[in-house]
Design a protein around this ligand. Structure first.
Ligand code: G3H
Ligand code: 13P
Ligand code: ZN
Length: 335
């Protein structure tokens, strides 16, 4: 058993309290490899933002769970060195299991240094979701690990779990769910979805600048939930904005992505000022990384040094994470 405190990490309790009081959201960025974790830490130290490093079960398999734990420990050490060098404050870093689907997976993460876990029982019946979530909470809280639960189902692909349509969270259920499970935060479904294909252009209207705008998130549901659970931390999954610039670079360099529209940043700004304390972003990072790698190969087809194509990808990620912290989530300068 390794406790996350020995790895230089923190749980999400204090982060969320400050985010709630300060009217901003903490970024939760997924990572699978070294370049992504370097970019996240660099951007968050330089913008002085707290951060949640997020690992899906697929990422855990891909990166090797032992290596991953030490990568998070290394990230905390890199953060301390970087902060010292740049004369900046240290930032809080949480290591979070994204979409844990079994008790055993959550237990394994808790025992191997994660400071926070999500148990996603949203695909089970309501009572089964409560029973599973409570079981994880009971174990996690013994080690001061925080737990995120989920009520409602997001459309899109979540690793092995796929849902065709969203099922919005029912505000009538949230008090019962939170009280009976003891979760520290709750992921809700109000119209966001996973992956790069969130909305088709034909589902959108065009604004005066010719930009496609999808139907608004269900802020009415969010408000109802806030009324029922005042001061309780809410989490928004599926919050990538699918930047058209990145899609364009991918498609003009041999890619074949469909026309697609993400969650407008304006709506994320609004959500971040509410009880939403954590915003999950993965696909935007994947898109920028792919865009820069494709671009490099088009411009330099003879290139075969991974540093020469992963380097520019890492730079683009740093810019994107900084932009999210500074201009979307409001988490910059909050440490
Ligand atoms: O919500 C899903 C995350 O984007 C993780 O995706 O399961 O393919 O690693 P993944
Ligand atoms: P995106 O696919 O919109 O980036 O969502 C990521 C997510 O919710 C991870 O849990
Ligand atoms: Zn998610």
């Amino acid at each position: 058993m390794i406790n996350y405190k020995d790895l230089g990490l923190v749980n999400t309790k204090e982060m969320f309290k400050k985010a709630m009081d300060g009217g901003y959201a903490v970024p939760a960025y997924n990572f699978n490899n070294m370049e992504q974790i370097q970019a996240i830490i660099t951007a968050c130290v330089e913008t002085q933002s707290p951060v949640i490093l997020q690992v899906s079960s697929g990422a855990r398999k891909y990166a090797n769970q032992i290596l991953l734990k030490y990568m998070a420990q290394g990230a905390a050490a890199m953060m301390r060195e970087m902060a010292k060098e740049k004369n900046l404050k240290q930032i809080p870093i949480a290591l979070h299991l994204d979409h844990g689907d079994t008790f055993e997976l959550c237990k394994s993460c808790i025992e191997s240094g994660f400071s926070s876990v999500m148990i996603d029982g949203s695909h089970h019946s309501y009572e089964e979701n409560i029973a599973l979530t409570k079981k994880v909470v009971d174990l996690a809280h013994k080690y001061d690990v925080t737990v995120e639960g989920e009520l409602g189902v997001l459309a899109g692909i979540e690793d092995d779990v796929q849902a065709a349509k969203s099922i919005y969270t029912q505000p009538e259920e949230v008090i019962d769910f939170v009280t009976r499970t003891g979760v520290d935060s709750l992921a809700i479904s109000i119209g966001t979805s996973h992956g790069a294909n969130k909305f088709k252009p034909e589902q959108c209207t065009k604004n005066k600048d010719g930009v496609f705008v999808p139907p608004e998130l269900r802020f009415d549901i969010l408000e109802e939930i806030e009324k029922k659970l005042p001061g309780f931390s809410i989490v928004l999954h599926g919050s990538s904005s699918v930047p058209p610039e990145a899609v364009k670079i991918i498609n003009s360099n041999g890619g074949a992505l469909k026309d697609t529209v993400g969650i407008p940043e304006e709506q994320l700004r609004k959500a971040a000022k509410s009880a939403v304390c954590k915003v999950n972003i993965d696909s935007d990072g994947r898109l920028w990384m792919t865009a820069m790698i494709r671009k490099t190969f088009t411009e330099k087809p003879a290139e075969f040094d991974p540093r020469k194509y992963l380097g520019p990808a890492r730079e683009a990620l740093i810019d994107m994470y900084k932009h999210k912290n500074e201009h979307v989530l409001g988490s910059a300068e909050k440490v």
